[in-house]
Design a protein around this ligand. Structure first.
Ligand code: NAP
Length: 557
C-alpha cells in the first residue's frame, strides 16, 4: 500500500491515529471491504469486537449451526482462485468449516495486520469543520478517518429475553448467538430450549441426541424444509466450479434472493392440485430454501401461499407421530415464508423421541424461570441447562450500539427512533462519508448475504475511488432521495405477504422497536441495477462537496 495515494495525504505509520477509512467489523463484509480499500491504496483500520475474524460465524457456535444457503454459493466470488481452490465438504457447510474458510481468506489475502481484535468502536462523531470522523474505541484510543464503513452485520446483536427469574437460574444459560468457544456437552442433562426459530430448529435435533431430556418451549411454530444435507462429491464440486461464471452472474443479476436456481414462470394456482403437489414434493425431496421459489407468487398471493403452507403442514402431520404435538408444530399464524423459512435436519422427527417434550408457551406463557427450571402455564419443567434461541436485535441492533453522531450533533439513534431511514440502505442523510454494508433498506437478509455484501462493498469502494479521483471531500444522502427510497421500500414490502407476520424483519421481536419492514424486497438483481444507475448518473440522490484544500487530495492510484 502506498501512503502517497491515501486521501488524507498523510503517511501512515503503524501507530498513527489517522486512517483514510475505519471499518467496523471483521466478518465477511469487513474483510472484503478491507481487501478492496487496500487495493485502492488507502489506509484502513478494521476494529472487531471478537477475538478473531468471522462475525456472526465467530459467535454462533451452537450445536448444529450451519448455513442455510448452499456452501458453493455461500462463499466469496471476488477471487476466482479462491473459489476454485477451496473445497467445501458438505452441501451446507457447518459453522466450524465456514469459520475455517473465513480464516483462510484473512490469511490468504494477508488481511490481519490491519485488523484490531477485541476492540469495539464505541463512538463515531463527524467533525463538520474538518469533514472527518473521530472514532473512539473500547481501548480508550481515538482515530480520525475520512470515511467510516459499518460492516457490523444484520444478525450480530444477540438478544437476551427479559424473563423474570432468569438471573436466578442455578444451571448454565447459553444463547445460541453467543455460544461459548469451549465445547458444551449436554450428556445426561435435562435441557430447556426457549425459541423455535432457525437457530433452535438446527440445534434441537443435536441437543436431543445428547440430553437425557429436552424440553422445547415454543411460542410460534415455524415452517421448516428439510436441508437434505450430504457430503459434496468431487464431481459435484467440479461441476459447480465449471459453471461458476454463469452461477455467479445469475445470482447477482437475475435471482431475487442471490441464489442460483430455476426461475419460476408460473403461479401456484396456474397448476391443478396433482401437478402442484408433485412440484412441492419434488422441491421437498430436493430440500432447502428453493422450496419457496417453485412458484412466482407464493410471497404475493395468500391463496397461492396457502397451498404451500398446507403442503408443509401435511408433511409435519405425516412425520410427527403424536397428533397433538404435530398440531402444535404446524404454523398457523403467518403465511409461509413471511418469517424467514427454516432449513433443518430431522427437526420435526426429533419430537418422536421419547426424551423430547414440546411445551406450548403461546397458550401457557412462561411465568418465570425458577432456580431449577421453567414455570409455564402453571406447570414446572425442571432443567439443568437453558438454551436461549431467542434471536437478535436484527439489522439495526448492532448499529444502535454505536454512538454515531452526525451533522449538528444528531445521533443516528435519534434519527432512526421511528425506524431506520437510509438511501439505498447504504447511507443516511446527515451522516456524510458513513457507509453501511447491507443496511436496512437494502436486500440484505432477504438474500444470500455474500452476494449482497460483495455488491455493497464494490459499490462503496468504487464510490470512494471516484471521490478521490474527482477531488471530492464529502458524500451524503439527500433527504428527498432518502424519503423517496424509504417510501419505495415500504410500498414494495406492502405489496407482499411479508408484513403479515410478526417477524424480526419488521422489528416485531424487540419490545418497543418501531415496526417497519426493514429489508428491501425488490430483489437483488433489480436493486443492483438501481445502485449501478445511481452511480452512472453521478451518484444521483447524493450530495457531494469538493475539498476546500485541493492539495489534500492525492493523485489517483
Ligand atoms: P428468531 O428467528 O428470531 O427466533 C427466535 C425464537 O425465540 C422465536 O421462536 C421467538 O418466538 C422466540 N422468542 C424470542 N423471545 C422470546 C421470549 N421472551 N419468550 C419465548 N420465546 C421467545 O432467531 P434465530 O432462530 O436465532 O434466527 C434468526 C435469524 O438468523 C434467522 O431467521 C436466519 O436469518 C438467521 N439464521 C440463519 C441460520 C442459517 O443460516 N441456517 C441459522 C440460524 C439463524 P416468536 O417467534 O413468537 O417471537
Amino acid at each position: 500500500m502506498s501512503a502517497s495515494s491515501s486521501i488524507s495525504g498523510k503517511s501512515h505509520a503503524a501507530d498513527t491515529a489517522t486512517r483514510d477509512v475505519v471499518v467496523v467489523g471483521a466478518g465477511f463484509a469487513g474483510l472484503y471491504m478491507l481487501y478492496r480499500l487496500r487495493g485502492l491504496g488507502l489506509s484502513v483500520r478494521v476494529y472487531e469486537q471478537g477475538g478473531d475474524v468471522g462475525g456472526t460465524w465467530y459467535w454462533n457456535r451452537y450445536p448444529g449451526a450451519r448455513c442455510d444457503v448452499e456452501s458453493m454459493q455461500y462463499s466469496y466470488s471476488f477471487s476466482d482462485e479462491l473459489q476454485q481452490e477451496w473445497d467445501w465438504s458438505e452441501r451446507y457447510a457447518p459453522q466450524p468449516e465456514i469459520l475455517k474458510y473465513v480464516n483462510h481468506v484473512a490469511d490468504r489475502f494477508k488481511l490481519r495486520p490491519d485488523i484490531q481484535f477485541n476492540t469495539r468502536v464505541v463512538r463515531a462523531s463527524f467533525d463538520e469543520a474538518d469533514n472527518s470522523w473521530q472514532v473512539t474505541t473500547s481501548d480508550g484510543k481515538a482515530v480520525t478517518a475520512k470515511y467510516v464503513v459499518l460492516a457490523t452485520g444484520c444478525l450480530s446483536n444477540a438478544r437476551m429475553p427479559d424473563i423474570k427469574g432468569l438471573s436466578d437460574f442455578k444451571g448454565s444459560v447459553y444463547h445460541t448467538g453467543h455460544w461459548p468457544h469451549e465445547p458444551v456437552d449436554f450428556t445426561g442433562q435435562r435441557v430447556g430450549v426457549i425459541g423455535t426459530g432457525s437457530s433452535a430448529i438446527q440445534s434441537v435435533p443435536v441437543i436431543a441426541e445428547q440430553a437425557s431430556h429436552l424440553t422445547v418451549f415454543q411460542r410460534t411454530a415455524n415452517f421448516s424444509i428439510p436441508a437434505r444435507n450430504a457430503a459434496l462429491t468431487v464431481e459435484e464440486r467440479e461441476a459447480f466450479r465449471a459453471k461458476y461464471p454463469e452461477i455467479r452472474r445469475f445470482a447477482r443479476e437475475q435471482a431475487r434472493n442471490g441464489i442460483y436456481t430455476e426461475m419460476p414462470d408460473r403461479g401456484a394456482l396456474d397448476d391443478g392440485d396433482n401437478e402442484r403437489r408433485s412440484k412441492y414434493e419434488s422441491r421437498w425431496s430436493r430440500g432447502g430454501l428453493t422450496f419457496m421459489s417453485v412458484y412466482n407468487n407464493l410471497a404475493l398471493d395468500k391463496a397461492a401461499n396457502d397451498t404451500a403452507a398446507d403442503f408443509v403442514r401435511a408433511k409435519i402431520a405425516e412425520i410427527v407421530s403424536d397428533p397433538t404435538t404435530a398440531k402444535l408444530l404446524q404454523p398457523n399464524n403467518h403465511p409461509i415464508g413471511s418469517k424467514r423459512i427454516c432449513v433443518d435436519t430431522d427437526y420435526y422427527a426429533t419430537f418422536n423421541r421419547p426424551n423430547v417434550t414440546l411445551v406450548d408457551i403461546r397458550s401457557n406463557p412462561i411465568e418465570e424461570i425458577l432456580p431449577n427450571g421453567v414455570r409455564a402455564g402453571g406447570g414446572d419443567y425442571e432443567v439443568d441447562a437453558l438454551v436461549l434461541a431467542t434471536g437478535f436485535d436484527a439489522m439495526t441492533g448492532s448499529v444502535a450500539r454505536l454512538d454515531i453522531v452526525g451533522r449538528q450533533g444528531q445521533t443516528l439513534n435519534q434519527k432512526w427512533a421511528e425506524g431506520p431511514k437510509t438511501y439505498l440502505g447504504l447511507m443516511s442523510a446527515g451522516f456524510p462519508n458513513l457507509f453501511i454494508i447491507t443496511g436496512p433498506g437494502s436486500p440484505s437478509v432477504l438474500s444470500n448475504m455474500i452476494v449482497s455484501i460483495e455488491q455493497h462493498v464494490d459499490w462503496i469502494a468504487d464510490c470512494i475511488a471516484t471521490m478521490r479521483d474527482r477531488g471530492l471531500d464529502t458524500m451524503e444522502a439527500r433527504r428527498d432521495a432518502e424519503d423517496k427510497w424509504v417510501a419505495h421500500v415500504n410500498e414494495v414490502a406492502h405489496g407482499t405477504l411479508y408484513p403479515q407476520a410478526n417477524s424480526w424483519y419488521m422489528g416485531a421481536n424487540i419490545p418497543g422497536k418501531p415496526q417497519i419492514f426493514m429489508p428491501y424486497i425488490g430483489g437483488v438483481g433489480v436493486y443492483r441495477q438501481i445502485c449501478n444507475d445511481v452511480a452512472a448518473k453521478g451518484y444521483e440522490g447524493f450530495a457531494m462537496t469538493a475539498a476546500e484544500l485541493p492539495q489534500k487530495m492525492a493523485a489517483s492510484s
